[in-house]
Design a protein. Structure first.
Length: 336
């Protein structure tokens, strides 16, 4: 009888232990920042900028946002009105910035707005002020001419800036964005065993997709010594983001193009696409190599390849009826 009682007590203890297996765990409260008493400091544009930077905001957008909150005297996100936005636009245009550049600033401001708007309890932003986006003239594409390329090579070689020159030429031969090239690692440089073609695998791109870009002989010649003997995770180009920008600005000034605001690092990407278009390569292929999300983005280069539209004459001029041509034209003349 006593044995049965002990077994029952043990069974009850075991069952209770199963039911309460989490009851004895230490539960520590989460360390959630509450901000200041009024929460005002957390609602400033600089605070939102800091949050977005911690989430991995790209450098150029973050720099634009930093300039914005300084121009706005680091006010609360709820204090920004259309007057602020109009004043920002006027300031940028007055200082020679293009419509495209103004839109890039607007994009950074919009991201801060959306971050706060999606967290109403924290920021109290009930609506987003209107942003007057400008219409960009995508028809005008600035690319590097052959003469300018030769001058770049001559001048930067003379100034012992070959390492930066090589980066610029790599962008020109691959069409990669500056940020994409800076993120490349040794593992991203690969070889297609079937076609025996070297290429780079571009990961985590601006549009959230991956793509493969073949390397020209020059591009491979630039990359090969940089990855030789390196670990798979080692960056191919170990340059500071802003050092690259400064080197480009210095080069542009020496070339006498400091007043040409379209002669930017990004025009190297345009050069890649423009040269392919001028060589008659299909637009959809150019779009794939560039990582364009839509064909509309690639169509800005279509005017550089008029031979594609002229090729329809081969169809229109061939296979014409040799007899009774006038009669057949009369028969179909009523068609609209």
């Amino acid at each position: 009888m006593q044995t049965q009682t002990i077994e029952r007590q043990v069974k009850i203890i075991v069952n209770n232990e199963k039911l309460n297996q989490y009851s004895n765990l230490d539960v520590m409260p989460l360390n959630i920042a509450k901000g200041d008493d009024n929460g005002l400091a957390d609602r400033k544009l600089s605070a939102i900028h800091k949050k977005l930077r911690e989430d991995g905001w790209n450098v150029s957008s973050a720099q634009a946002a930093k300039k914005i909150y300084k121009l706005f005297n680091d006010c609360l996100v709820t204090e920004v009105t259309t007057r602020h936005i109009d004043a920002l636009k006027e300031h940028l245009l007055k200082n020679g910035r293009s419509v495209a550049t103004v839109n890039r600033y607007f994009s950074a401001l919009s991201k801060m707005f959306k971050y706060a708007f999606n967290r109403p309890n924290e920021y109290g932003l009930k609506s987003i002020p209107h942003i007057p986006w400008g219409t960009e003239n995508n028809a005008r594409v600035r690319w590097v001419t052959v003469k300018e390329e030769r001058e770049m090579i001559r001048m930067m070689t003379k100034r012992n800036k070959v390492e930066f020159l090589n980066f610029f030429l790599f962008l020109m031969d691959t069409g990669l964005r500056k940020g994409e090239a800076c993120k490349l690692t040794t593992a991203d440089v690969q070889l297609d065993e079937v076609q025996k073609v070297r290429y780079v695998l571009v990961n985590d791109t601006k549009n959230g997709t991956n793509r493969s870009v073949p390397l020209s002989d020059r591009a491979w010649g630039i990359v090969e010594p940089l990855i030789e003997g390196q670990d798979a995770t080692t960056a191919v180009f170990r340059h500071n983001y802003w050092t690259l920008q400064n080197q480009w600005e210095d080069m542009r000034e020496i070339m006498g193009l400091d007043e040409d605001r379209e002669f930017t690092l990004h025009c190297l990407r345009h050069t890649f696409a423009s040269r392919l278009a001028q060589a008659g390569k299909p637009l959809h292929l150019i779009g794939l190599l560039m990582g364009h999300k839509t064909l509309a983005m690639t169509k800005r280069y279509s005017h550089l390849a008029p031979q594609h539209t002229f090729n329809v004459l081969d169809v229109l001029n061939n296979d014409r009826p040799s007899e009774d041509t006038d009669c057949q034209i009369d028969e179909i003349s009523h068609i609209g």
